[in-house]
Ligand binder design. Structure first.
Ligand code: SAH
Ligand code: SF4
Length: 430
């Protein structure tokens, strides 16, 4: 989501005649878009912004701004903490980045605004130079209030964009050459439910309607989405995932824990069994579906037995990818009131066990694809080996292959898999 916001802010600057630059020393304006989900992200951002003080001493006209979740959470305090900072814009005000920079350039004043903006931000449709893939934010904010999570506090209440505005944005992107669209939201499957946190009744899913409408856009090849909350997959949505040919067969389905006791303390409104059943239902409808997930280790009160339940469920589901996070108390979120009972050392141990399991599983899954023919969306020259190209299967495996003279970025091509590595596949164009 932050990446998408940064792109949109960048696009408004380009439209106003500015240019983006990659080297901090060359910039007249430095904008930091920040995350607050874990303490480590905030510490890293503050470290980086703090480091820019030297640059500002050498170049007093430099304008430095902070946007995003940390800006929202800390607001004016950031201006006190970082005297070389010019402005702070919260998550609901990022559409004002350009006018804020212009105002500061004219007045040399300091500024902060963290008002939550409940309306759809107009700028959301602004895109940079898209190649074959683009992101579209379909919802903002979150109403779920998982007890560990700062997002509802820093991004505000859940708001869905209108179907028409998303479809016209997608058509505009496809007309400019985009082949793959990634739909973004804290819970994309709650799209169009007007902030109601109850999962939709059977037969009703505005997110399914959106996928079906996108699936009709000619020239668009692939539709991905992240992240959906497991309880929102009803028959209507599962049916749409199965019959929309452009919707990729990969779901990022955050689990967080395999222990019902911990899930309840996290205010995740599902059980390990209901998660398991949903995965089975999805696999029934789409047999080659792959899954990735998010898991938190060391939530307050997580015992070894809870951790084992998580480990067992992860192995049972057989996630092809997983992001494991060590619990980090976030001031303001409910769980911050609980004592952080699991030591950092123990969190790291649990984290590493899950990562080792994952690596073993991925190697096996990749090896099983040896000899198969996969359709890949060609992304361009491989970063590791310039003589190869990289592509991705709809199931989200990375494939490296020898290019032929005809291959172009954004092409869908068939590749015969000849070898598997630890994290990716190797093959030849058919
Ligand atoms: N809306 C998404 C999650 C966004 S945050 C969803 O519900 O799927 C991304 C991930 O960060 C979460 O899934 C969770 O695993 C992790 N996370 C959030 N808060 C955290 C915290 N306080 N400590 C550690 N990990 C956290
Ligand atoms: Fe955070 Fe839960 Fe909302 Fe995801 S669903 S953003 S984890 S509160």
């Amino acid at each position: 989501m932050n990446e998408r916001d940064s792109e949109a802010v960048g696009a408004t600057f380009i439209k106003a005649g500015h240019t983006l630059c990659n080297i901090e020393e060359d910039a007249d304006v430095l904008l930091f878009n920040t995350c607050s989900v874990r303490d480590a992200a905030e510490r890293k951002a503050k470290g980086k912004i703090g480091y820019m003080r030297k640059l500002k001493l050498r170049k007093p006209q430099l304008i430095i701004g902070v946007m995003g979740c940390m800006a929202q959470r800390l607001g004016e305090k950031l201006l006190d903490e970082l005297p070389h900072l010019d402005f702070v814009l919260g998550t609901g005000q990022i559409h004002k980045a350009l006018e804020t920079v212009e105002k500061i350039a004219a007045e040399r004043s300091r500024f902060h605004d963290t008002a939550i903006c409940p309306e759809e931000i107009d700028m959301l449709g602004a895109h940079g130079e898209n190649s074959w893939s683009a992101q579209i934010a379909i919802t903002r904010g979150c109403n779920r209030f998982c007890s560990y999570c700062i997002v509802p506090y820093v991004r505000g209440r859940e708001v869905s964009r209108s179907l028409d505005s998303i479809i016209s944005e997608a058509k505009m992107l496809v007309a400019s050459g985009v082949k793959e669209i990634l739909l973004l939201g804290q819970n994309v499957a709650a799209y169009g439910l007007n902030g109601d946190i109850r999962p939709p009744a059977d037969g009703h899913s505005p997110f399914a309607e959106l996928l079906e409408a996108l699936n009709e856009i000619s020239g668009l090849e692939r539709i991905r989405y992240t992240s959906p909350y497991v309880s929102y997959f009803n028959d209507r949505l599962i049916g749409a995932l199965a019959h929309c040919s452009k919707v990729c067969h990969n779901i990022h389905l955050p689990l967080q824990s395999g222990s019902d006791r911990i899930l309840q303390a996290m205010n995740r409104q599902y059980t390990a069994q209901s998660y398991r059943e949903k995965v089975a239902q999805l696999r029934d409808a789409i047999p080659d579906l792959t899954f990735s997930t998010d898991v938190i280790v060391g939530f307050p009160g997580e015992e070894e037995s809870d951790f084992q339940l998580t480990r067992d469920l992860m192995n049972e589901v057989g996630f092809e990818q997983a992001f494991i996070f060590k619990y980090s108390p976030r001031p303001g979120a409910k769980s911050a009131l609980l004592s952080d009972t699991v030591s950092e050392e123990e969190k790291l141990r649990r984290n590493n066990i899950l990562l080792d399991d994952l690596q073993l599983r991925i190697s096996r899954k990749l090896a099983a694809l040896n000899g198969s023919i996969q359709e890949v969306l060609c992304e361009g020259v491989s970063t590791r080996n310039k003589s190869r190209w990289t592509g991705r299967t709809g199931t989200n495996f990375v494939v490296h292959f020898e290019p032929d003279a005809a291959v172009k970025t954004g092409d869908l091509r068939k590749v015969r898999i000849t070898r598997s590595g630890n994290v990716s596949l190797f093959g030849e164009l058919c």
